[in-house]
Design a protein around this ligand. Structure first.
Ligand SMILES: C[S@@+](CC[C@H](N)C(=O)[O-])C[C@H]1O[C@@H](n2cnc3c(N)ncnc32)[C@H](O)[C@@H]1O
Length: 336
């Protein structure tokens, strides 16, 4: 039984996909609830008090198509919030939850799935990876990324009004793309899941050897900086800081995850220096007004690359890297 609990039922490709592939996937029941909307043919504008409930239990007339009369459509008693009593009651009956939940409630959304011990496949922002409530699940191998490579686009069909908004306010390429004259919303999102998939068993091919020059140690962690996942050295036994896109290729048999640079998420890799007495400086030499405390617990490298803002106390100069995940090679030959 599949449940799409943050859905816009008949305009959503989730409901469409599962209902059209119902028999092929061997489903028993497909249900979807829609938040603050009772018109299944419209994207929710959250301007209604009540939500909608849709249920499909398979083809009845032999045409292998989910006809409208085969889809039961009912109003919910409440607004269809995924946390509401009636939606939680439906969640309890579900085997797998697949949906594209509101990103603003992502942590709470995932926590509910985990609490109810559900299998799930949901879309979320790439940056949710280093969120304080999401990351521990990733570290404990209770949540991982889906099959889509982190570097590829996920494009969305969007309602006309939203497409106009994108055209007016976003950049072509980053905010939207135009494919065959149709505006597609673009966002840096990935699948989050606890369903097993093959890619998780594939090893990242490692070909580089560790050198102190190419892999400097952080100023505040006993770990080396690896700026690109493909450059992870094959022979380094200690802790390495890698970009969050590492998770798109992570094989728990090859590496262990020890933490990340988010506050409260690196108990096993403690930071060894604070920067409260430092201040932030732009490349033109002017101060931003921010204290160095801002870069505490980031992965900081000594020196100035001539591009980014830096932090100094008048003697030392450091620069922070983007969010990093701390990993270690599991291979006993490397670790010995
Ligand atoms: C990112 S959109 C995805 C839309 C939909 N899954 C689709 O593919 O068409 C998030 C969806 O979550 C719904 N939503 C927002 N807040 C919600 C809540 N508290 N409970 C349930 N659904 C919610 C929105 O109405 C919207 O349909």
């Amino acid at each position: 039984m599949v449940y799409c609990n943050c859905d816009d039922p008949t305009v959503s490709n989730f409901f469409k996909y599962f209902s059209f592939n119902f028999e092929k996937l061997g489903l028993k029941r497909l249900i979807a609830t829609c938040y603050k909307n009772t018109n299944a043919g419209l994207f929710s504008r959250h301007d209604e008090e009540r939500g909608l409930y849709l249920e499909y239990t398979g083809d009845k007339n032999g045409n292998r198509i989910p006809d409208p009369e085969e889809i039961a459509e009912m109003r919910l008693k409440g607004d269809g919030d995924f946390r509401s009593e009636e939606c939680v009651a439906l969640l309890k009956q579900a085997d797998i939850v697949v949906t594209n939940p509101p990103f603003s409630l992502f942590r709470e959304y995932v926590a509910q799935l985990v609490e109810h011990d559900k299998k799930f496949l949901v879309i979320g922002n790439l940056n949710a990876i280093i969120n304080k409530r999401i990351f521990p699940l990733i570290k404990d191998n209770r949540l991982w990324l889906g099959n889509k490579p982190t570097g590829t686009d996920m494009l969305f069909d969007v309602p006309k009004a939203f497409a106009d908004q994108l055209l007016a306010s976003k950049k072509l390429g980053s905010g939207y793309k135009i494919i065959n004259n149709v505006v597609k919303g673009r966002s840096q999102v990935v699948w989050f899941t606890n369903l097993k998939h093959e890619k998780r068993n594939e090893e990242i091919p490692l070909y580089k050897r560790y050198t102190t020059k190419e892999y400097p140690k952080y100023d505040n962690y006993d770990a080396i900086e690896v700026g690109k996942v493909d450059n992870i050295p094959m022979d380094y036994a200690g802790v390495m800081g890698v970009p969050i896109t590492f998770l798109g290729k992570y094989n728990p048999g090859q590496f262990e995850i020890l933490g990340c640079t988010q506050r409260g998420c690196h108990d096993e890799v403690v930071d060894t220096r604070k920067y409260d007495g430092y201040w932030e400086v732009r490349q033109d030499g002017t101060k931003t007004g921010s204290s160095g405390g801002k870069t505490n617990e980031n992965a900081n490298l000594l020196g100035n690359d001539g591009r980014k803002n830096y932090f100094t106390n008048g003697e030392r100069v450091v620069q922070s890297q983007y969010g990093r995940i701390f990993i270690r090679n599991k291979n006993p030959q490397v670790r010995k």
